[in-house]
Write a protein that binds this ligand. Structure first.
Ligand SMILES: Cc1cc2nc3c(=O)[nH]c(=O)nc-3n(C[C@H](O)[C@H](O)[C@H](O)COP(=O)(O)OP(=O)(O)OC[C@H]3O[C@@H](n4cnc5c(N)ncnc54)[C@H](O)[C@@H]3O)c2cc1C
Length: 331
């Protein structure tokens, strides 16, 4: 792969509240290395964590040369206009030609704001990146997953939000020594028009984030509200539990578990759908999964059209058998 990047590639580093880097950040770094010199952007509030020795070692292992620690004073980094202004200033200061973010709800908004501020070409929900000639090309599905597209960015600056799980995170061939640079950015009043009145942390779960999980077990109307067999299988595989809109609308599971056009987009290595028909609005959020397994008692269910493995049967009979067999194989 040749590189189109004339300036560095900036990567927004997703991390947990305790400063632990999230897997999608390492995936972005892996993608970024094939484009040019990799620089990370660390965003945390005034009271938030700085990149500690463990994070810096991991970043070095993944080929990061510089980490820009964004200091926006007393502005609230939970607000997307604040993060967007910070990144816009950094892009100008560093002369970067690519900004990579994980394709979350917040980051997609940040990407759009940066695009407006800089005139950059923006692609969100990308599932792959490549260089064609002197252009960066991002792959993405559109129209609820009915079309696969390749979008070439024609502006000098490209802003790409890549779906978690699109790239296998791999360490760099040669580790780097990371330099941390403090970058102070004055955020204007326009980005402060909103204040966060209340903030409730989601109850801690031992399961991975739905958007970043490598295994996702998904339930639909066919569960009739009983997600227990799905949860058991997900826990055995170290996966997350997702749902169709029918299941979330019924209140069987939280709306943050909804996968699809109006929910989360996932690209896990393994998607297991149980009692899911495979409606086009749902497929738009999951069909770039590596392997799709479908369990449905209707052999005509549309999900079988995109499934790599299909089981025609009652999910309440199939899932416990699968879980028991996997448990036996795991010893
Ligand atoms: C604008 C718009 C946006 C939308 N956005 C989304 C979205 O983001 N995500 C989303 O998921 N949907 C979305 N929808 C809804 C979508 O169109 C479908 O209605 C929904 O995905 C269907 O959910 P389902 O597969 O759970 O239910 P159904 O389509 O009713 O399918 C249930 C399936 O379960 C099977 N089944 C029943 N019992 C069993 C059993 N015991 N064992 C095995 N199989 C069984 C049935 O055969 C059936 O195939 C949207 C709709 C609109 C109009």
């Amino acid at each position: 792969m040749t590189t189109p990047a004339t300036g560095p590639v900036l990567v927004l580093l997703d991390h947990a509240a305790d400063g632990v880097l999230r897997l999608p950040a390492l995936e972005l770094l892996t993608a970024a290395r094939s484009l040019g010199t990799v620089q990370g952007v660390w965003v945390a509030g005034a009271d938030g964590p700085a990149p500690d020795a463990r994070a810096l070692e991991l970043l070095g292992t993944h080929g990061v040369e510089t980490v820009h620690r964004l200091d926006v004073g007393d502005a609230d980094v939970r607000l997307t206009p604040v993060v967007a202004q910070g990144l816009t200033a950094l892009l100008e200061r560093t002369g970067a030609s690519v900004l990579l973010l994980t394709s979350s709800f917040e980051n997609k908004e940040v990407a759009a704001r940066v695009g407006v501020a800089t005139g950059a070409g923006v692609v969100v929900d990308a599932s792959a990146l490549e260089v064609a000639g002197d252009r960066l090309v991002a792959a993405k599905t559109v129209f609820a997953g009915t079309w696969n597209t390749r979008c070439a960015v024609r502006t000098p600056l490209a802003v790409i939000a890549l779906k978690a799980g699109s790239v296998q995170a791999e360490p760099a061939a040669e580790p780097t020594t990371v330099t941390v640079v403090s970058q102070t950015v004055a955020v204007d009043s326009g980005a402060r028009r909103v204040t966060v009145a209340e903030h409730t942390e989601r109850a801690a779960s031992t399961r991975p984030d739905l958007g970043a999980a490598q295994v996702v077990v998904v339930g639909g109307r066919g569960t009739n509200g009983d997600f227990a067999p799905l949860e058991e299988l997900a826990d055995l595989l170290g996966g997350a539990v997702g749902a169709t809109r029918v299941a979330t609308d019924e209140g069987w599971i939280g709306h943050d578990a909804q996968i699809g056009q109006t929910g989360v987009t996932v690209a896990p290595q393994l998607y297991i759908g149980a009692g899911v028909s495979g409606a086009v609005h749902h497929r738009g959020g999951m069909q770039s999964a590596g392997t799709i397994v479908a369990i449905n008692n209707d052999p005509e269910a549309p999900i079988f059209e995109i499934a790599d493995f299909g089981i025609v049967g009652d999910l309440f009979a199939v899932l416990p058998q699968a879980t028991a067999e996997l448990r036996r194989l795991k010893g």
